[in-house]
Design a protein around this ligand. Structure first.
Ligand code: UGA
Length: 367
């Protein structure tokens, strides 16, 4: 398969965090036409006038019209998902439907219509990462023992009653189905496993443009901007590798540029050098926030139990470090943005978008 200038890409979920950045980059740096489908457009308003972009406002899983759009395109990028951990144990039916049941028709359609499906999965498919799953042996502690490899690492989930794993299980089964469609019917696919992408236009701030508990970056920004306590779940010992969105988009562009290398592959896309405990993240974000706002106030960090914070049925991955050697080897991709720069850029974007609204909603702050 080769990609010519007449390529048309269908992006399902073009209005979300990742979708908005990907749509923007494709329109800016290629000649491809894009059909973007989403229910919301607030993050892509600046793209709506682009002549090579057709925005369709619809629920990708509700309408048979989707089939027509897929038929028109060469490549389908699927990004639609409920992917917020606070939902996994509170509305697990919706989570399983969003991440497994609803996309079934899409996978089948791509297979039947011979389209290249680039599907966004998650690093959560590695499940309950622990000494056991990553082959860690006592006395040999070190990051290598936690390196998660696309083609070798086991993917072990917690018990059914620990509903945190409803999402990981749904995502994992969809990956297995995509793989099976390739095996039995020749579906052209690429699976992307994102590791904590962060950047401008990510999660909402509760009480301003959404309700509930967003992911950790937005929780901490909310606390910083509105002077609330920063909450560390179960002591904040768990670790994450935060990846800057532009680096992540670079990886997808490398896939589009190298279809022969990207097809029939699963790729970890993450930044192993940006690993940090959630507790250290809180302290680093306080430091950066003070620098960005010239704020010398102290912020309070409070420990909370996962049961109180997320409710019954929450469990967590303790550590997940992506082995990105495959993406480096096949795509020539490496992430370039270090943790502090990643946080600075993300936090600046939050401040630009929300500081005024937060002052209006919660009263004057001294920042
Ligand atoms: C989530 C999703 O489940 C994944 O699908 C997705 O790939 C991933 O984010 C991502 O952003 O790529 P997770 O990393 O657990 O997974 O999401 P967060 O909600 O950002 O939580 C990270 C850690 O911070 C967890 O240990 C959580 O308990 C902790 N946390 C969160 C706090 O300590 N305080 C908070 O206020 C919020």
């Amino acid at each position: 398969m080769s990609i010519s200038n007449s390529v048309k890409i269908c992006i399902l979920g073009c209005g979300g965090f990742i979708g908005s950045h990907l749509t923007e980059r494709i329109l800016l740096s290629t000649d491809y036409d894009v059909i973007g489908i989403d229910l919301v457009s607030s993050k892509i308003i600046h793209l709506l006038e682009n002549k090579r972009f057709t925005f369709i406002r619809m629920n990708v899983h509700d309408s048979f019209a989707l089939q027509e759009y897929i038929e028109e395109c060469d490549i389908v990028i699927s990004l639609v998902a409920l992917c917020n951990p606070s939902l996994y144990n509170t509305i697990p039916i919706d989570v399983i439907e969003s991440n497994f049941t609803n996309p079934l028709r899409l996978v089948k359609a791509c297979s039947e219509l011979n389209k290249w499906l680039i599907h966004f999965s998650t690093c959560e498919v590695y499940g309950k990462t622990s000494a056991f799953t990553s082959g860690y042996l006592p006395g040999t502690e070190g990051p290598d023992f936690y390196l998660l490899n696309e083609d070798r690492s086991p993917m072990i989930l917690g018990p059914v009653a620990a509903q945190r794993w409803s999402y990981a299980c749904a995502k994992q089964l969809l990956e297995r189905l995509i793989f099976a469609y390739n095996f039995q019917q020749g579906l052209k696919y690429t699976i992307v496993r994102p590791f904590n992408f962060i950047g401008p236009r990510m999660d909402y701030i509760p009480g301003i443009d959404g309700e509930g508990i967003p992911r950790v970056l937005a929780c901490f920004m909310d606390s910083l901007m509105s002077r609330k306590k920063i909450k560390l779940v179960d002591g904040g010992h768990n670790r994450r590798c935060f990846t800057y969105i532009d680096d992540a988009v670079d990886a997808v562009m490398a896939m589009l540029d190298n279809p022969e290398k990207a097809v029939s592959q699963i790729f970890n896309i993450g930044n192993p050098s940006n690993e940090i405990t959630i507790s250290d993240l809180a302290h680093l974000m306080i430091k950066i926030y003070k620098e960005l706002t010239n704020n010398f106030n102290d912020f309070i960090i409070e420990n909370v139990s996962s049961k109180d914070f997320y409710g019954e049925g929450y469990e967590d991955s303790d550590r997940r470090v992506p082995d990105i050697s495959k993406a480096v080897r096949l795509l020539g991709w490496t992430p370039r943005t270090g943790l502090e720069e990643t946080l600075q850029k993300t936090m600046c974007a939050y401040l630009d978008s929300y500081r005024l609204q937060i002052k209006l909603a919660f009263g004057e702050s001294k920042d």
